[in-house]
Design a protein around this ligand. Structure first.
Ligand code: GLN
Length: 483
């Protein structure tokens, strides 16, 4: 059962081949048997999951089920879940039990999906390797000596190892696409505003976006259909109708114009990753697509721009963790100032502190114009590059990450090397565009991802383009050994 996709599981449930309770139990058993090797879950909600599964079985029997009713899924531990610990993988929120559901969580619950638990991640979603988690690193199921990517590393590893058929993730600078690439699964970052951010613990509010992580594009389409839509509780959520992401999956790709940015194939790109991406582009040519070389001339500004904007916003967002209202509080504070200082000093890990300090500096008077305002201007230049490109092409393709998964510990003490892991994903967030990562090969045992970037609200096309490739190839069907 655990090898089936979400679409296959949904069909099996509907056909009465198995019940949601049986299915949920099977995944819980797999988590118990395998997750001590991976550490992909922070919390497993066994009892609630079984209760939700029984309810789903009743809905299926009554004929009132939707496409996801009875399907077990996991949520990144950044989404508030009513009555369940929501830690953001930080000591700061380790004791925090959310008093309500995030909109994304509520929508899946209402669709009848079963929550298996909460997945591990980089602390407050800051990282590219899942090594900044308070609960310890996640291992890559393809190679236990490698990182799974981050920050949605727990979701990616759990899906790759068949410990969940699908999971939610969030992507501020690449955190859905990069771990999806490193773990050999499919992950979609929607257009900014496509999915509600309500109840999703904020990292950098102008960049954060939730999206689906699953084995196939079809499964991502099913999940996105449930997640997307206007939410009056998020003022940046788009008042735009949600497309039917399933009906166009098989559209013909004849005449599709693919742009290959020359800046994405230059220095720093692993030769074997480049080879796998080029082979994928050849596959698209066979499917009738046309390939055009394009230029995104400000690509080299994306990482420095992001590392001003994201820390600036995080320093403001994380100021609410003060030891008074949420989560961790230091013991026996002498006075209010001591309470703030020690609660934050003891509660946050080193990467989070680094970001808060950089951000507070960039926002401080005298530096604001030189750093934050400048970064906002560069952000426009980066968006304009994409606007121009989309006058010429329908989608843009390139590698998701410059290298396959690196070794655990390899970049842990070198923040700049770590930041460069997102060199191809970050510009997409700065521009607010959608992007998907699709498995397209291996370097040794470690998977490679192809990134496909679309125009605003063009998720249906991205899913169609990804799905057609998956009909022609089998990279997404491979299983890591031992799982
Ligand atoms: N790796 C990037 C960072 O550390 C992106 C993280 C994310 O997308 N949440 O900020």
């Amino acid at each position: 059962m655990h090898n089936k996709t979400i679409a296959e599981l949904a069909a099996g449930l509907r056909a009465g081949e198995f019940t949601s309770e049986e299915l949920t139990r099977a995944f819980i058993e797999r988590i118990k048997a395998h997750d001590d090797r991976l550490n992909s879950y922070i919390t497993v909600t066994e009892e609630q999951a079984l209760a939700q599964a029984r309810e789903a079985d009743q809905r299926i029997a009554a004929g009132t089920a939707g496409p996801l009713t009875g399907v077990p899924l996991a949520h990144k531990d950044i989404f508030c879940t009513d009555g369940v610990r929501t830690s953001c993988a930080s000591k700061m929120l380790d004791p925090f039990i959310a008093p309500y559901d995030a909109t994304v969580v509520r929508k899946f619950r209402e669709a009848g999906a079963v929550m298996l638990g909460k997945t591990n991640m980089d602390e407050f979603a800051m990282g590219s390797s899942n090594e900044t988690s308070f609960y310890g690193p996640v291992k890559n199921p393809w190679d236990l000596g490698a990182v799974p990517g981050g920050s949605s590393g727990g979701s990616a590893a759990a899906v790759a190892a068949r410990l969940a058929p699908g999971a939610t993730g969030t992507d501020t600078g690449g955190s859905i696409r990069q771990p999806a690439a490193l773990c050999g699964i499919t992950g979609l970052k929607p257009t900014y505003g496509r999915v509600s951010r309500y109840g999703m613990i904020a990292f950098a509010s102008s960049l954060d976006q939730a999206g689906p992580m699953a084995r196939t594009a079809e499964d991502c389409a099913l999940m996105l259909g449930a997640m997307a839509g206007f939410d009056e509780r998020d003022s940046t959520c788009a008042e735009q109708l949600v497309d039917d992401y399933i009906c166009g999956l098989n559209n013909d790709l004849k005449g599709l114009r693919i742009g290959l940015p020359k800046e994405y194939f230059g220095e720093g790109l692993d030769a074997e990753v480049a080879g796998a991406v080029e082979a994928a582009v050849d596959e698209y040519k066979k499917l009738g697509a046309e390939v055009v070389e394009i230029s995104l001339p400000n690509t080299n500004l994306a990482v420095p721009t992001y590392y001003v904007v994201a820390p600036a916003e995080c320093s403001s967002n994380l100021s609410r963790m003060d030891g008074v209202r949420f989560g961790y509080r230091c013991e026996e504070p002498k006075d209010l100032e001591d309470l703030y200082k020690r609660s934050r000093g003891e509660g946050f890990g080193p990467e989070v502190k680094r970001r808060i300090m950089v951000g507070a500096y960039a926002l401080s008077s005298g530096y604001y114009d030189a750093y934050y305002l400048k970064a906002q201007k560069l952000r426009h230049l980066i968006s304009d590059d994409f606007k121009k490109a989309f006058e010429q092409v329908d989608v843009i393709m390139g590698p998701t990450a410059p290298t396959p998964a690196f070794n655990l510990g390899e970049k842990k003490d070198d923040p700049v090397a770590m930041y460069l892991a997102d060199i191809y994903t970050i510009a997409v967030n700065l521009a607010g565009l959608p992007g998907i990562s699709v498995p397209c090969g291996f370097v040794g045992k470690r998977p490679v991802g192809l990134q496909i970037i679309g125009n605003y609200f063009d998720e249906a096309r991205l899913l169609n383009v990804a799905h057609k490739y998956q009909q022609a190839t089998d990279w997404h069907l491979r299983t890591p050994e031992g799982f």
